[in-house]
Design a protein around this ligand. Structure first.
Ligand code: G6P
Length: 614
């Protein structure tokens, strides 16, 4: 949550910063602001709402300057208005600071600063930090970089920060703890900072990911210097970015979400490329290979995640248990970390996270690590915090996902979990050779089957039109289709603001059935498989109460067609692979319904893609 961008060099800072903010807008869009250093002046422009509002506001303003910082906000402390927008300035007008994270002890610091006569314009924790830096500088007479370092020793919480000062207009000072921050090393001796690499990639591929409690001083004369918060100089580890610029553009689609839904045949293929060969009958996840025996021997594997990634974990539980006969527990990271969970040294904890930055998931992993468990990760963003703290892991290789509602990241997570389950099952001997080969061949052709579903987009759009005015919706599934139902409901509520709930089909009669009437759309996954007949019975129960029934069925199904109001046919596949297919129509339905309701599909209200606060 919150996106930060900064630039220092020979180019026009405003353009780079604002373009970067647009790339980071998925992290929050409550307000946006920039601060520019030019000829000894510090110009500050802030506006509630999206970056476009800020651009409109700055139309006739002085936007010159080769040093700039910018911020797009997801409000935590203080309502989203112009004053609470970042950057924040010190009382003496000397420094401007942007921050992503939460300063938990801001209140006590603020009270002390108030007694010293400082004044505050906003309700934010960030302004408190800015003024704390000013106060330390006043008392110590050191540099602003040094004062920031000392201030950070006093604060409790999470931060990614960039600060500029009039005192040293040839310097950016950046710091991080628990919130992500990347430094880009430009080709002309210039520097970039951002919450992720997307604002940087078009200028340079050379980056340094800051670690917790590191401070980077980016100086046009002195280059990049890295320090710990205790003032120990460190050697920066420079990495090469692999992101392609095209992957950050809409590429002709109306929305990133639609583009990302349509990318799935390719993203799933990218996910298993080099990891699976059906002809030679092998599957191999290099990243976790040396941990496989430990996973097999583990009494249990705990999968932790949030949001959509938690749904992927639930699919993973079915796959691991059924194919590899390994005991799996799935936990919400936010609950796990505060529950005083029993964690043993032989436990394996797998964190699943698209961004690799979700604060609760990260903290839950740290807890597990501190108790001696082996921690593994399944992340999409290369170089993210989770991928760096884990003992090992597998990337999903879905490419950047910009739409706030996760689509291709989910199918890629499920693909990795399927590969892992198959690899473990093979090693353990819990799967027959024939079944193993069949599943590999089936997995290899899943991208084609996903494409076949995408090809019936028009039909799905027509069905969507019938339900665009619904106020409630129910999603039902059994077995590994239950998490797909949860995910379907989440997609609908996230982007169309229709209240939706996912339920195990059989549980419906313990509550939600009371809600069913002729107004209520019920989306059911009724594909061929062991629980088909049971789901058909649940469908009858819905119809008996006059609910509107939209069923996802296997191609050629006749029985459900008779009963349902609409059927969406998907290609036949092994039951373990159904989640990869059944989720696609739900993504498209949610997308079309949201568009028809004039909702902002890529940036739904109150949400953010990367949740770096708990
Ligand atoms: C936010 C996003 C969701 C995502 C969840 C977990 O709520 O809007 O799309 O599923 O965070 O994020 P992660 O990056 O850990 O998968």
């Amino acid at each position: 949550m919150c996106g930060i961008v900064a630039y220092i060099g020979k180019k026009d800072a405003y353009e780079i910063v604002v373009k970067g903010l647009k790339r980071l807008e998925y992290r929050g869009y409550d307000s946006a602001g920039v601060a520019l250093l030019t000829d000894g002046n510090l110009n500050l422009y802030k506006k509630q709402g999206k970056v476009a509002n800020l651009e409109e506001f700055t139309k006739d303003k002085d936007k010159s300057g080769r040093v700039g910082i910018g911020h797009t906000r997801w409000a935590t402390h203080g309502e989203p208005n112009d004053v609470n927008a970042h950057p924040h300035m010190s009382n003496n007008g000397e420094i401007a600071l942007i921050h992503n994270g939460i300063i938990e002890n801001y209140d006590s610091i603020k009270r002390e600063l108030l007694t010293k006569g400082y004044t505050f314009q906003s309700e934010t924790d960030t302004e408190v930090l800015t003024i704390l830096v000013e106060d330390i500088k006043k008392n110590t007479n050191g540099t602003y970089a040094e004062s920031l370092r000392l201030a950070l020793q006093q604060v409790v919480g999470a931060y990614a920060i960039v600060m500029i000062s009039k005192e040293n207009p040839r310097q950016l000072i950046a710091a991080r703890k628990s919130s992500p921050l990347v430094v880009g090393i430009g080709k002309d001796g210039d520097f970039f900072c951002a919450s992720d690499a997307t604002p940087i990639v078009e200028y340079t591929k050379k980056v340094v990911y800051l670690d917790d409690e590191e401070i980077a001083v980016l100086d046009l004369d002195d280059g990049l210097k890295l320090y710990s918060i205790d003032d120990v100089q460190k050697t920066p580890y420079i990495q090469e970015l692999e992101i392609k610029l095209e992957s950050l553009e809409k590429g002709g689609y109306d929305h990133f979400m639609l583009k990302e839904i349509h990318e799935q045949p390719r993203s799933i293929t990218d996910c298993f490329r080099g990891r699976l060969n059906a002809e030679e009958a092998w599957v191999s996840l290099g990243g976790i290979k040396e941990y496989e025996q430990k996973m097999i021997d583990a009494k249990r594997i705990i999968m932790i995640a949030c949001g959509t990634s938690w749904h992927a974990a639930l699919v993973g539980e079915y796959l691991f248990e059924d194919l590899a006969r390994i005991n799996v527990e799935v936990e919400y990271a936010s609950e796990f970390r505060y529950r005083n969970p029993i964690i043993n040294e032989d436990d394996i904890v797998i964190a699943i996270s698209q961004s690799g930055e979700t604060a609760d998931t990260l903290a839950a992993l740290e807890l597990a690590k501190s108790k001696g468990a082996t921690i593994l990760g399944i992340c999409n963003v290369v170089g993210s915090s989770i991928s760096r703290i884990t003992d090992a892991g597998s990337y999903t290789h879905a490419g950047p996902e910009i739409g706030v509602a996760s689509t291709k990241a989910f199918t890629a997570q499920v693909t990795v979990l399927t590969l892992m389950a198959l690899s473990l099952a093979k090693k353990k001997g819990s799967i027959s050779d024939t079944k193993f080969r069949t599943m590999l061949s089936e997995l290899e052709i899943i991208p084609q089957k996903v494409q076949e579903i995408l090809d019936i987009n028009d039909k799905i759009k027509t069905i969507s039109a019938e339900y665009k005015d619904a106020t409630n919706a129910l999603y039902l599934g059994r077995g590994s289709s239950f998490p797909v139902a949860l995910e379907g409901a989440l997609k609908l509520k996230e982007i169309s603001y229709i209240h939706a709930e996912g339920y195990p089909a059989a549980e419906m009669k313990h509550g939600p059935i009371a809600l069913i009437d002729e107004e209520m759309p019920v989306f059911v996954i009724a594909t061929q498989g062991p629980s088909y007949e049971k789901v058909v019975s649940n469908i009858q129960e819905v119809k008996a109460r006059k609910g509107k029934l939209i069923a996802i069925v296997t191609e050629g199904d006749e029985q459900v067609k008779e009963i349902a109001d609409h059927v969406i046919e998907i290609p036949e596949a092994d039951e373990h692979l159904i989640p990869l297919l059944a989720t696609i129509p739900f993504q498209l339905l949610s997308y079309h319904i949201a568009v028809m309701r004039n909702c902002n599909v890529d940036q739904p209200r109150n949400l953010a893609k990367s949740v770096t606060v708990e």
